[in-house]
Design a protein around this ligand. Structure first.
Ligand code: CO
Length: 174
């Protein structure tokens, strides 16, 4: 089932999401909904708060559907490189805006899969590294527009203000 996307301005996008405690059927359903919704929206990744669920769950598909999406539950970044790289980012919750964001070029992540098995991703790079950091930010209520320079943010301030109005209204009926 495809879920409705929460849009910038929706307060759930700013909440720190809660850790998953039970690897049960409802978690499996949430993961499936995230994957289906991410694919439907052609996204590289999707975090649970973006579909209105404040839990530390995210999915990532940096291969455009060629491989099974990565499922990240209670993920943590365990190390990141000092070297940063600039690249364009967008977000399904912030439609119509993309900006260059500087992020560490390499990250290692520790997470659990949908069955509760621990795993690690060592020194992810490129799109995967970027998607991991972007999605993990969502779990702490951080959006990519928070990570750009004040000047860049100023350039999209008008668009963000309009989106925020839509996002708040959608949140009220959700
Ligand atoms: Co996003």
């Amino acid at each position: 089932m495809v879920a409705e996307m929460r849009i910038y301005g929706d307060p759930i996008l700013r909440k720190k999401a809660e850790s998953v405690k039970n690897f049960d059927k409802s978690l499996a359903e949430l993961v499936d909904t995230l994957i289906v919704t991410m694919k439907q929206e052609d996204g590289v990744g999707l975090a649970a708060p973006q579909i209105g669920c404040s839990l530390r769950v995210a999915v990532i598909d940096p291969t455009g559907g060629e491989e099974e999406p990565l499922v990240l539950i209670n993920p943590k970044i365990t190390s990141s490189s000092e070297e940063h790289v600039d690249n364009e980012e967008g977000c399904l919750s912030i439609p119509g805006i993309s900006l260059k964001v500087s992020r560490p070029s390499l990250v290692s992540v520790h997470a659990f899969d949908r069955d509760g098995n621990e795993y690690v991703i060592e020194n992810a790079e490129g799109l995967l590294a970027r998607a991991l950091q972007h999605e993990l930010d969502h779990l702490d209520g951080i959006l990519f527009v928070d990570r750009v320079s004040p000047v860049a943010r100023q350039l999209v301030a008008g668009k963000l203000k309009k989106l925020a109005k839509t996002g708040r209204e959608k949140a009220k009926v959700a």
